[in-house]
Design a protein around this ligand. Structure first.
Ligand SMILES: Nc1ncnc2c1ncn2[C@@H]1O[C@H](COP(=O)(O)OP(=O)(O)OP(=O)(O)O)[C@@H](O)[C@H]1O
Ligand SMILES: O=P(O)(O)OC[C@H]1O[C@H](OP(=O)(O)OP(=O)(O)O)[C@H](O)[C@@H]1O
Ligand SMILES: [Mg+2]
Length: 283
């Protein structure tokens, strides 16, 4: 049995459960349960606070965890990251009131900075030879300058709308983060083997999320041009259609590329283009 920590409630909870589900791992999820096991995989889930997870990993109370990389940088730089998971993407940034003229990180010298990420800020400022006065608060950090608690803040930025609403501007991006699969330094060899199985499944799921299966019909005289436009896993599959002079082309393309390529394909003479989601992809 491998023990995994996921966030009890909050931004990571749903996507973490979803990725396990997409990996074919079903969890019996009683409401308000703090612990649950899988019906079809040797895995036990512990629902914990995000901020507590690095310590649980370090102590070996759990073997693996889904957690924001930013939290590991703040509280668990020693902890191994097995996979990046591609969701909960955000930045950890320094911000100041819009009205402040900002030149460089040296402007933070002697300033009061409110944050929930003191180690991250301290290390960043230290690298730049700056000393500031940190005020550690656990939430609603962006309000601090407006109520006179601080001159600046350091917090998570995603769309930037929280900064905007509080009349702040982002001036330094200290790091970029996403959800990751982290590993306890105390994980046993047997559980490492189970982890490898999970990693294999996660990679297949993430590859599939990045990709689309494309089918199209092509007149044979335009086939070469059409095939040259397709960036596939290997070379595309080409099958004859019942109608003479036409072929069916099947391939896999990156989801971010498909609109661009599809216009070019149409212009090159492709017809009946179908774009389908892929559930799993093993390379
Ligand atoms: N606005 C956002 N956009 C994208 N990702 C975010 C955003 N805010 C937070 N995150 C990511 O999601 C993680 C969890 O954030 P959330 O606010 O749910 O938890 P928390 O309040 O920091 O933790 P806890 O579980 O200890 O209460 C963060 O550590 C970060 O990696
Ligand atoms: O750039 P944005 O898209 O506005 O996102 C950034 C905000 O999101 C997070 O707060 P959250 O909503 O998780 O609230 P919390 O303070 O209760 O954790 C974070 O602490 C920022 O305040
Ligand atoms: Mg939050």
């Amino acid at each position: 049995m491998i023990r995994i920590a996921i966030q009890k409630s909050g931004r990571l909870n749903e996507d973490s459960l979803q990725i396990l589900k997409d990996c074919g791992i079903s969890i019996d999820n009683g409401k308000d349960q703090l612990k649950a096991s899988s019906r079809n995989f040797p895995l036990e889930v512990f629902y914990l606070r995000n901020g507590d997870i690095p310590q649980y990993l370090r102590d070996g109370v759990v073997d693996i965890a889904i957690i924001g990389e930013n939290v590991l940088i703040e509280k668990g730089e020693d902890i191994e990251i097995a996979e990046k998971l591609g969701f909960s993407k955000c930045k950890v940034s320094l911000a100041v009131p819009k009205s402040v003229k900002y030149a460089s990180v040296q402007d933070f010298e002697g300033k009061r900075i409110a944050t929930s990420y003191p180690n991250t800020v301290r290390n960043y400022l230290k690298k730049n030879g700056v000393t500031a006065d940190l005020h550690i608060i656990n939430g609603s950090v962006e309000i601090a300058p407006n109520i006179g608690l601080a001159d600046a803040i350091c917090d998570i930025v995603s769309s930037g709308s929280t900064l905007f609403k509080n009349n702040l501007k982002e001036v330094e991006v200290m790091l970029k983060s996403e959800a990751v699969l982290a590993v306890s330094p105390k994980i046993s060899e047997v559980r490492r083997e189970i982890l490898k199985k999970i990693q294999f499944r996660i990679r297949s799921v993430l590859q599939a999320r990045q990709s689309k299966y494309v089918l199209l019909n092509a007149p044979n005289d335009k086939l070469d041009r059409i095939l040259s436009l397709l960036p596939g896993m290997r070379s595309p599959t080409v099958l004859p259609l019942a109608e003479m002079g036409w072929s069916s082309v099947h391939t896999v393309i990156n989801k971010d590329k498909f609109w661009e390529v599809i216009h070019e394909l149409k212009e090159a003479g492709a017809e009946g283009i179908l774009v389908c989601p892929i559930e799993k992809m093993v390379l």
